[in-house]
Design a protein around this ligand. Sequence first.
Ligand code: UT7
Length: 329
Amino acid sequence: MGKIHAAITGVQGWVPETKLTNKDLEKMVDTNDEWILSRTGIRERRILRTPGWATSDMCAEAVKGLLEKTGVKPGEIDMIIVATVTGDLIFPDTANTVCDKVGAKNAFGFDINAACSGFLFALSTGAQFVQNETYNKVIVVGADMMSSIIDYTDRNTCVIFGDGAGAVLLEPRKDGNGILDFVLRGDGAGRELLHMKAGGSRKPATVETLAAREHYAWQDGKRVFVHAVKGMTSTCEEVIRRNKMTTDDVQWIVPHQANMRIITSVAEHLHFPLERVMINIERYGNTTAATLPLCLWDYEKQLKKGDNIILTAFGGGFTWGALYLKWAY
Ligand code: UT7
């Protein structure tokens, strides 16, 4: 009998309707469409404007769509993991709220905070429960409402980020398809270059932190850029090498969508053709934990059973990694 692997058996995304275009941003900060497009590859991003809605609502929409598509009933779900840095509240976690909102009465959930690598970390975590035969139906969501922590007077960050959610269903498979390997890395020293300065236990919210605009995402973009290229390239190389493949054996690379120049640079370093790299940054910008599942959702129709796919990401922490899977349907 074949070994059990956790396989993605469905994917669904959800993005808000409201578009924030480069032209819109021109009216908000000192920037222009030409700079944003040439330096980042982004034309527009989606922004959640539905009154009263937050990250869990985007997750719930993605999960409800996923259940409908896969024919799974809410009561059949065992566990939901949500990767996010913009949970509804500091506590409780967003995943349990999502279980409640989708009617997953027999499930429990928890959040994973690994910033832009969150989906990768959550997917590899969820896979363990399926592979070990603890659970049969695990949902992994990557979702962020970045607009809730973006300073729309800061042109270094506001042109990049957007809102969205993507969800996958993990189920056991014995046919050799599924999640086969992953390399996850971290370097806490990177916290200096990408973080939110206040709002946590180190610096709780005060009138001063608000006045200093410290409740927004902050990054040293240029330095993060260099680490991102290095981190994604090296973990992709490692996972390809240790699975005795070459890049010719890989049908798709799914990179975190932070900057088109990072994506191009990683592909160049790997000598991997850009036509087989999933890219949707132009339409959504950087949706943090949602970029990878949103890419899979966008490209789902082009995927074939048995395709070798490498997911890779880099984000705050620093956190980074690459995951190898064989597409299961
Ligand atoms: O997803 C998590 C990980 N995050 C990342 O991977 C982000 C990585 N970093 C980046 O994507 C890029 O560094 C940015 C898009 C954030 C910035 O692009 P850059 O090419 O590194 O720009 P820069 O910060 O070096 O700035 C170059 C110039 C500067 O002007 P001077 O000093 O050369 O006159 C900036 O002031 O571009 C200026 N600039 C802008 N101009 C127009 C910076 N932001 C903007 C802007 N519009 N939005």
